[in-house]
Ligand binder design. Sequence first.
Ligand SMILES: CC(C)(COP(=O)(O)OP(=O)(O)OC[C@H]1O[C@@H](n2cnc3c(N)ncnc32)[C@H](O)[C@@H]1OP(=O)(O)O)[C@@H](O)C(=O)NCCC(=O)NCCS
Length: 198
Amino acid sequence: MIIREMRRLDIEAVSLIHKKTIPGPGSKIGKRFLIKFYNLLLSNPKDNISLVAELDGKIVGILVATRNYPNTKKLLNKIYSPEVFIDTLKAIFLGKLGIKELYNHYRFSSQFETKSLTFNPFIAILTLAVDKSFQRKGIGRQLLVRLIRDLSREKIKLIMVDTLLENQQALGFYNKMGFRSKFQLVDSWVLEKVVSSM
Ligand SMILES: CC(C)(COP(=O)(O)OP(=O)(O)OC[C@H]1O[C@@H](n2cnc3c(N)ncnc32)[C@H](O)[C@@H]1OP(=O)(O)O)[C@@H](O)C(=O)NCCC(=O)NCCS
């Protein structure tokens, strides 16, 4: 298995893993949203680190993190094209996506942005997922270790990540990887890890 930087050609496979594994509005709005999401993230490699785990030519895991949360949030606002707006309405009317869930998502990201202004320089994990058939084989750990290795050349020593309060799987993983809950915000835990402690 190799861990390498994500390429544009990976985006279909990456979006599929995201859709099938990560709970949240992006997965429910669907493929068109996710493809735009990863294209936008890849368009700014200065701020964003985008990695994939590849096994026998197949993408089995993904990790995207940003060094500049406010900038990336601004960049991601470009996602809202008429098609994505229609997909969002469709997901709501089909009962896949709750209005409260969507509202909580936006409340979270704007409150986190404000709160994060008081933190030390940090990198925020935006997505981390491993294909269901390949979970519990150490792939999530290897993606995180690679992120930490990449960060060792930079001044950033703090990694932050959020996960829904009920996502026991992710909480189990992050706790094992040495993350500690920092605070609860809207419907999520925000966890942190000081890099030198790995
Ligand atoms: C969280 C996730 C990325 C972990 O990836 P993974 O490759 O399965 O994790 P690893 O095999 O590297 O696990 C490393 C350690 O974390 C812990 N861990 C992993 N999954 C766990 C789970 N479901 N419950 C409890 N602990 C878990 C274990 O201690 C594990 O070591 P062990 O298998 O030797 O006991 C994966 O479960 C996933 O894709 N979840 C769905 C998407 C998601 O919720 N992402 C987070 C929000 S963005």
